[in-house]
Every structure is written in structure tokens, then in C-alpha cells.
Write a protein that binds this ligand. Sequence first.
Ligand code: CIZ
Length: 341
Amino acid sequence: MVVIEDTPEIRKEEFGLLEEEVERLFSKLHSLGWSRSACESIAPFTYKINQLKKEKGFKILAHSYQTADIVFGIADIVGDSLALAKKATEIPEKRILFCGVDFMAESVKILNPDKLVLVPARGRDCTLADSITGEDVKKLKEENPGAPVVCYVNTNADVKAESDICCTSANARRIIESLEEDTIIFIPDENMGNNLADLTGKNIITWPGFCRTHHALTMKRLEGLIPDQETKTFAHLECRPEIIETVDFAGGTGDMHRYAAKASKGDKVLFLTEQGFIDRMKIEFPDVHFEDSKMICISMKRNDLFATWKALEKPTDDNIIELDEEVRKKAFRAVNNMLKY
Ligand code: CIZ
């Protein structure tokens, strides 16, 4: 039985379509333990959101760390921040609803100033983005003349505006290796900076910022997550250096996705990154066994179906990504440089 009270106004004649929507959701989400009645409770929202986005000409872009109801229920394009930023410049739609954290949506706006970019629920509490300002970058440049500034995507637009090139975990290593200089300022993720120094042999000047989700993974916690020796371990570069030294592979979620796509039936894999990504892998590659990481980013999880529906139906100022045009123009160089890698 599909319950339709207290949901976006769905007319009785749409009831059959709603049943189809429940089936569609259940076919995707049951492997994560979603029951049919759980799918019934979200179907009115996913149904309405998918209708609204078509009517209003939106594409929904979702980061892989979003929950499975967003990734498989309403998203048109799913990926890491690099893939999403690239796609946003390629799609013809002038309206984008971005399910992710603010600074990722800002990157989309920096590259596409003429497009309307909405975020359902702003998450203004990323420990990485909050750790540094544009003024801090200016000081770092004064203290280290001649050193190029590579800034991780998890930064606000004023920080990107003071940087030479932006990177994501997908291309950070390639970018560092491609720079002629041996001394490079890498901001703001200290773990990632130290890991990149180990991987590239370059002298990396770091900043004391960290991702609370990945930094919380200690060696002790890791021991509890690895079930047996056959399980291959793959850690995100935001993890502590001692974790990176211990695991079989290291990289970003783009690398992990490629690894999962090549894995064989029955392979056991532990990806040490946000749980939303693991859930995505479980649905996309059902023949592979993925261990749970239990690593949750609360800033990413602020976007939910209800907030998405409201933002699409009647966006408030808070949903709309707006940037100071001077800052945007300055930040464009760093973000656009990132797309070449
Ligand atoms: O680059 C991204 O999207 C982040 C922050 C993580 C990842 O590896 O996907």
C-alpha cells in the first residue's frame, strides 16, 4: 500500500505511476537493506522531484557521498567533484541543482556564471574549507615566494581566487608531478599534503586543515574494519599518512570507482572513504563484496529529498549559489586549470 498523505500534492490518478516509482526504487535500494515500505515512503518525493526537474529544466548533479535515495532516486549525474565540475560545463541545461557541499557547487558556479546553481541544504561546516581564508593564502605566498599554490577543491571561492591551480583527489598527484617547481604550497588538507609529498618526492608546504571524516580513521579503528587478509584495502588520500602506508592502494573516489569496475565476482574490498560512496558501489557492482567504512560526512548528508523538493519548487536566497564577481573571476583561473588534468 502506497501512503500518499502528507506528501507533495500527488493526485490520485498518479497512483499507478507511484507504484512504478516504488518498484524502481526498491530494485535499486533493496541491496542496501531498504524495505518496500521504506521505498513507499520516499517514492512521492522522488516522483515529484523528477517531475519538477523536467518541468523546470534542471539537471541534478550529486556527489558520490550523498545518500542512496538521492544518488539512485533523483540524480542525473553522479561522481566526484572533478567529474561533476567537468559535466556541469558540458551539459546544455542552464539550471543545476547540486547535491553536495557548498564549495563544490561554488566550483560549478565559478565555471558557469550564467547558470543558476542551487544547493538544497547548505552545509557551512566543513573542517577543511573552514580552516583557511584568502588572507591566509596571501600570507603563505609572501612567506614562500615562487612556490605555486595548489588548493584542494574543499575550499571556499576566496581561497581558490588566491591559488594557482585547484585539484581534487582524482588529479592532485598528477598536478603536483606536472609542476616544474620542487617546492609547492598545498592547502588546506595536511594529511593529503603529506601523502602527496611521500608519493611524489616533492617538498610540500602544508596547512593544518583536515577532513574530520577521514582524519577520524585511526590505525585502531582500521584494524576493526578489516575482516580478513583477502580483503583489499584502498584509502582516500585525506586519510592519515600511517593509514596510507598500511593499505594496498591510495587515491580518490574516482580511482576507487575504476578499481571496483575492474574487480572480479566475489572480490572483497574495503574502501576507506565516506559511506555514501560504499553504498553507491554496492548497488553498481553487486558481484563484488564491499565492506562498510562507517565514515560519515555530516555536511554532505544535510541534503535530503525534502530539502531538494522545496529548493526545486520554490528556491530561497539560501539555496542559490551567488559569488562576488571579482572573486569568481580570480577563482576561475585555478578551477579552469584543474579541468586540464
Ligand atoms: O574530489 C572529491 O570529490 C572529494 C572531495 C573526494 C573524492 O575523492 O571524491
